[in-house]
Design a protein around this ligand. Structure first.
Ligand code: ADP
Ligand code: MG
Length: 720
């Protein structure tokens, strides 16, 4: 086995620079040339058809068959001009990956290339192998995909990809995007209604998302020589290198040349697809990096994130690199997160979470700001469930990522504003009074943006003109957390609207009614606000006192997803019905179980087949050596000590692996999925993973480096 490691290390030395040729010096020359969105539609469709499409997208309405035919013909022409022969519906099933099934434009019966409107709009992929949580087996064996015209089509390789949602024939959602689109619809309606009161010109509100994707990059050969990385996406063993991230020298340091070429390469691909990647830099841990685009509409940004990850994986191959999106590929180093910057913006171009110098607009800003905080207060648990994944469990609360406790950070300036608003009792307003001044909100500084304290430990932070949800895992499809966030804010906006209306009916001035309701929100949601260090012990205690949940594992966090309160909310907005929620819950639990099961097996196999045999043969060398020394009458005390240590660790490993296997056997018989998931969490993962790792990592330090079978951390993380 050790030869695999050394072969890989040798390969790394022979790597050649991969030349990256940019189509042009100016990105604008090729940006978006492989995407077919509104801009391309305007160029290729008749004005009437284009208006129809635009209207349908704006209102999220079905596109009529004639319009669909026209779009299909236009996009086929466009695609064929780019040497594209096939098309596929591109969707995001609950497996976490994206799925496609390619069909040719070529129609043998007619002997021509074509794409019918019907084929653009709807397809029936063979869906039987995608998870459905039992929905399909009980109701209908097939599912279909339906075009989402709000996200641009694109050319990938030699295939035209058509973004779609994926639903069963009885219209249960089988993917991430269908419920997301419904939640986005809900927030559009609710936010527009609230906006209209302030500004009659506002007729549509879009939620925006700017994600920041973290990832590790290591040499492909080193990756392939680690069965745990190959099978589980993370290292289950590996002693910390002598040098980790303690020097803090990687962050914003210069990017290693091979990685730099890789970045340039995948950026070109992304830019051609119209994905506005803008930021690239090193992250905190060695070999860790981040990529971020300019923000976009939530569903577009969601597709872009899935696509960028895919591009990165493919392009990395060409560079003999491997990109790791797992939330915690390396113990002892920072994990991978994916910050979700989120805001609401009107079609007229106003960012609703941007404070301004206009007092009237600031009341609108405050409304959206306070409503969002109240929404998070009401549904913190659901938000927690929305980011739950087995990989993320390694991160949350691990002193590098926000804790599993959801709280909101707003900075000192806005804290002062809210405090003032709250304490500003019952105002008597005279005619001609400057109500905003009386309320103390006429002067919210415009420069809050530069002013907001940078609290990196908060899971949900206001950063001047947007909120940043920081607890999302790097490998998570952002649809899930975005669906939850937009839904809970939509719900709160509706509640706000209703309460204000009620007060107005009683004869109150609208502005005062607004402030009244906000004040009430500020008071009730106070416990969710936290400005201190989210990584500290004190916060754990304080949060407990405040009654905030701190659920650190996925199976239990997922309970919130199907609580009565959550189901009521999902059903109220028709985002998911009870059946869909139960199915989804089941799928997420099954996913969790499978992940832990795989890791547990990898740990067992590596320990028994690789670590123990290697350790025993090294130990035999030591025994021989000790005997020899004895014969010569030389003291072998140190050697004997090591022999004993090695024995101890080998025994520990053998014993724990056996016990763990027995536990798995017992647990696999548990019928109830939730119970099984919890047992996997408590009795396999939490009970044995660390213990076995501890012994293996100790052996790594004792056994001759020449014999050690697994590529070491320092080799993966510091080779250039
Ligand atoms: P900084 O670089 O100081 O963290 P930026 O303003 O550059 O702040 O934004 C950080 C991230 O937030 C970027 O990924 C950006 O796309 C995103 N972002 C900025 N404005 C918005 C917005 N209105 N809605 C959603 N995301 C946004
Ligand atoms: Mg960030």
């Amino acid at each position: 086995m050790a030869h695999l490691r050394f072969n890989a290390l040798n390969l790394v030395q022979t790597r050649k620079k991969v030349e990256v040729v940019s189509p042009s010096d100016k990105i604008s020359d090729y940006f978006g040339e492989l995407a077919f969105g509104l801009e391309q539609m305007e160029k290729t469709l008749s004005p009437e058809v284009f208006e129809k499409v635009k209207h349908a997208i704006r209102k999220r309405k079905r596109i009529d068959p004639d319009t669909a035919d026209a779009v299909a013909a236009a996009v086929r022409n466009w695609a064929m001009s780019k040497q594209v022969s096939h098309y596929t519906h591109w969707f995001q099933p609950l497996t976490g990956a994206t799925a496609e099934k390619h069909d040719a434009f070529f129609d043998p019966s007619k002997g021509i290339e074509r794409l019918k409107g019907g084929e653009l709009v709807q397809q029936e992929p063979d869906a039987s192998s995608f998870p459905s949580g039992g929905i399909r087996s009980t109701f209908e064996a097939r599912g279909y995909t339906a075009w989402d015209p709000s996200s641009p089509m694109f050319v990938y390789g030699s295939t035209l990809c058509i973004p779609t949602i994926f639903v069963s024939f009885t219209s249960e959602a089988l993917d991430y995007k269908a419920p997301l689109l419904k939640a986005l619809d809900a927030i559009d309606k609710a936010a527009t209604r609230v906006c209209k009161v302030f500004d009659r010109n506002i007729t549509k509100v879009n939620a925006t998302l700017g994600w920041e994707q973290e990832y590790f990059v290591i040499d492909k050969a080193l990756h392939d020589a680690r069965p745990d990385l190959v099978l589980a996406g993370r290292t289950v063993f590996g002693h910390n290198p002598a040098r980790g991230q303690q020097l803090d020298d990687h962050y914003f340091g210069s990017i290693p040349p091979r990685v730099y070429d890789f970045m340039k390469d995948f950026e070109i691909h992304a830019h051609r697809l119209g994905i506005p990647l803008r930021t690239r830099h090193n992250e905190v841990a060695p070999s860790q990096f981040e990529v971020a685009p300019m923000f976009d509409l939530v569903n577009v940004a969601t597709d872009q994130n899935q696509l960028v990850k895919d591009i990165m994986e493919r392009v990395s191959q060409k560079h003999d690199l491997k990109v790791l999106f797992h939330e915690k590929p390396f113990a002892g180093l920072n994990g991978n997160g994916k910050h979700n910057n989120w805001s609401l913006s009107t079609e007229t171009g106003i960012n609703l979470l941007q404070p301004t110098s206009s007092a009237r607009d600031n009341l609108m800003f405050l409304t959206f700001f306070v409503v969002t905080i109240k929404a998070v207060y009401e549904y913190a648990d659901l938000l927690r469930a929305g980011i739950a994944s087995d990989g993320n469990d390694f991160r949350l609360g691990a002193n590098e990522a926000p804790p599993a406790i959801i709280s909101v950070f707003i900075g000192s300036t806005l804290t002062k504003v809210l405090d003032e608003l709250e304490s500003n009792g019952n105002l008597a307003i005279e005619k001609g009074d400057n109500i905003y001044m009386k309320l103390g909100i006429d002067q919210i500084p415009e420069i809050i943006l530069d002013n907001t304290d940078r609290n990196r430990t908060s899971p949900f932070a206001f950063t001047g003109n947007k909120f940043e949800l920081r607890a999302v895992g790097s490998d998570t499809n952002v649809s899930n957390p975005m669906m939850v966030l937009n839904l809970i804010v939509a719900n709160q906006l509706d509640d706000f609207h209703k309460k204000v209306d009620k007060q107005i009916e009683k004869g109150e001035d609208r502005r005062l009614a607004t402030v009244d309701v906000l004040r009430n929100y500020i008071k009730t949601s106070k416990s969710i606000r936290f400005e201190g260090d989210g990584y500290s012990e004190e916060w754990l205690k304080e949060a407990k006192k405040r009654g905030l949940s701190n659920v650190t594992d996925t199976p239990r966090a997922l309970d919130f997803f199907k609580s009565d309160k959550a189901i009521k909310l999902f059903e109220k907005y028709k985002v998911l019905n009870r059946k869909e929620i139960e199915a989804r819950h089941e799928i997420m639990l099954e996913n969790y179980i499978m992940k832990v099961q795989i890791e547990s097996r990898v740990i067992g196999d590596l320990a028994i087949n690789h670590i123990i045999p290697t350790s025993i043969s090294y130990q035999n060398k030591l025994i021989q050596n000790a005997n020899g020394l004895n014969n010569l009458g030389i003291d072998a005390k140190e050697i004997l000590k090591n022999i004993k240590l090695i024995s101890g660790y080998i025994n520990d490993i053998g014993r724990f692996v056996n016990q763990m296997t027995e536990e798995r056997k017992r647990i696999n018989k548990i019928q109830d999925t939730r119970e099984r998931a919890i047992a996997y969490c408590d009795d396999v993962r939490n009970k044995y993973f660390e213990k076995i790792r501890y012994a293996v990592d100790k052996l790594e330090l004792l056994v001759d480096d020449e014999d050690w079978p697994l590529v070491k951390y320092r080799e993966m993380l510091f080779l250039r």
